[in-house]
Design a protein around this ligand. Structure first.
Ligand SMILES: [Zn+2]
Length: 262
């Protein structure tokens, strides 16, 4: 599975905000508490730069869907990536953490990439009738599912079974809880093992306080996932959530809407 041969492959990790801020009740971000609180969240993709890179984590949202959903503060992820000299149409590797619309609907923006998705996640969203029920339709979109389906059987779609190294220094980790088979991405960095957890947690507080967001399909699974991610990361400060505005405000800004996390 591991392609290439890079000794000591290490990456820099960038967070790229492509939409937001959005506001919601705190109870959305902290499961069943903080109803009165109003919290902000942003939408992100991430980029790993290193010997095996650039590798993009999640695809964001394509302009058509952004228009349809009237997405506040939207900038095409292609444009955001160009600010750190990454051309979306030249990107070879895109890890899709899960098939929610805000993470997967931009797949068509990467016409030459191979997509890495957990097989169980793919099968749920593309083949399981439960995924066509209203709450699941609400958080996914048909266009990107059709795009992924068109890649099935080609080498542009790699379906993973559990924890798997996909490139030197980059391992996808099965991390269910938020969806049936979300995957986190463990990345070797100069600071040690960092983990892009995507929506395993929406904000840093979910990890610090051992308390998930409300968008959860399996609470027990989430607890086990968090233990696993905690044990794999070199420090809790190196586990990153999916939507926390802190990623934009408390890390070094390298370009408009882009910060370096590690
Ligand atoms: Zn999300």
């Amino acid at each position: 599975m591991v392609k290439g041969d890079f000794t000591m492959a290490q990456y820099e990790i960038y967070a790229l905000k492509y939409a937001g801020p959005f506001t919601s009740s705190g109870a959305f971000l902290m499961w069943l508490k903080e109803w009165e609180r109003v919290e902000k969240r942003n939408y992100y993709i991430w980029c790993l730069k290193g010997k095996g890179g650039p590798v993009v984590v999640d695809a964001g949202v394509a302009p058509e869907l952004a228009r349809e959903r009237n997405l506040h503060g939207y900038v095409n992820p292609v444009e955001v990536l160009s600010r750190i000299d990454v051309k979306a149409d030249e990107v070879q590797h895109v890890v899709i953490t899960h098939i929610h619309w805000d993470h997967a609907s931009g797949v068509s923006l990467f016409p030459n990439a191979t997509f890495y998705i957990q097989d169980e996640e793919y099968r749920f969203w593309l083949k399981d009738a439960i995924a066509t029920r209203p709450p699941f339709m609400h958080v996914s979109d048909e266009t990107s599912k059709a795009y992924l389906a068109s890649l099935e059987g080609t080498d542009r779609l790699v379906l993973l079974n559990g924890d798997q190294k996909v490139l030197p220094g980059i391992e996808c980790l099965l991390a269910p809880g938020h969806t049936v088979a979300l995957q986190a991405v463990a990345v070797d960095t100069a600071k040690g093992a960092a983990i892009l957890g995507s929506d395993c947690a929406h904000i840093f507080r979910n990890y610090r306080e051992d308390w998930p967001s409300a968008l959860i399909v399996d609470l027990v699974g989430w607890m086990r996932t968090y233990e696993k991610l905690r044990s794999r990361a070199s420090s809790i400060d190196l586990i990153f959530p999916g939507h926390d505005p802190i990623m934009s405000t408390q890390y070094r800004k390298v370009a408009k809407d882009i910060t370096r996390l590690v």
